[in-house]
Design a protein around this ligand. Structure first.
Ligand code: ADP
Length: 243
């Protein structure tokens, strides 16, 4: 992918025509898989992610089970067809790191102590990558956990903000992530206004950081609204009675 001459045009529009504080078109669907206990599909523009949850179920191997809480296993994985250049098979260092930070974010909201000796397994598959896969993955994973009926204090909603051509922008796409000056993924449990993941790649001044965080919060409240809407859509319809 070549670097465009400018990432923001003279009208303040971004490479895909968005304003600085605009999310990409978002789609969310709950319960998309039959074999898992919970699942969700989430799309932010060209980034498409599916999350599946199994459990709570007996932890295996048994010696890993904890006497006072469930273990939360989390695997973030990019399919080999999710990027233009074929991604190496197997887990890369990046995927191992992202699995860890996503797990830590989800652990803050999940009532693991309700399921001693059990495991809850979260699988995140990136089907297509166009920036913001960790944030889309987290957003999808928390929906899949809710779909599986795992008790949680709140959902996790996430988005990246960044700096491109000196301007703070919401929800970076790949080209902005690659050629921008900074990229800051943020995930929150919005009900408590608490940050459960925050990373920063690149440089921002303290003032830009504060403004960036406020921009992320604005995006997150919209994502949170869409998450609740998607959950209501699935659970407000009553299945037909069996005769
Ligand atoms: P995130 O997807 O959370 O923004 P990164 O900042 O590490 O995480 O990656 C930014 C983007 O770079 C990804 O969304 C994807 O579009 C692209 N990318 C990541 N890994 C690869 C890879 N192995 N090959 C090609 N593109 C990649």
């Amino acid at each position: 992918m070549e670097k465009p001459e400018r990432l923001i045009d003279e009208n303040g529009r971004r490479v895909d025509g968005r304003k600085f504080d605009e999310l990409r078109p978002v789609k969310m669907e709950i319960g998309v898989l039959d074999k898992s206990d919970g699942s969700a599909y989430v799309e932010f523009g060209g980034t498409k992610v599916i999350a599946a949850v199994f459990g709570p179920r007996e932890a295996h191997p048994r010696h890993l089970a904890l006497p006072d809480r469930a273990i939360l296993n989390c695997r973030y994985h990019m399919t080999s067809f999710s990027v233009e250049e074929r991604k190496p098979l197997g887990m890369t260092r990046r995927e191992i790191e992202l699995s860890k930070v996503i797990r830590e974010a989800l652990e803050t909201v999940t009532f693991l102590e309700e399921f001693p000796r059990a495991s809850i397994d979260v699988y995140i598959e990136v089907i297509q990558a166009d920036g913001g896969t960790r944030t889309t993955g987290l957003t999808a994973a928390s929906l899949a956990l809710a779909d599986a009926g795992i008790p949680m204090a709140d959902l996790v909603a996430a988005v990246a903000v960044g700096k491109v051509d000196g301007q703070l922008v919401l929800d970076l796409c790949d080209i902005e992530d690659k050629y921008g000056e900074a990229d800051m993924p943020v995930a929150m449990a919005p009900r408590f206004n608490s940050i459960v993941l925050l990373q920063l790649n690149g440089r921002m001044t303290p003032e830009e950081f504060r403004k960036g965080l406020a921009l992320a919060q604005k995006g997150i409240s919209e994502i949170y609204r869409l998450q609740r809407e998607a959950l209501k859509k699935k659970f407000s319809s009553v299945p037909p009675m069996e005769s």
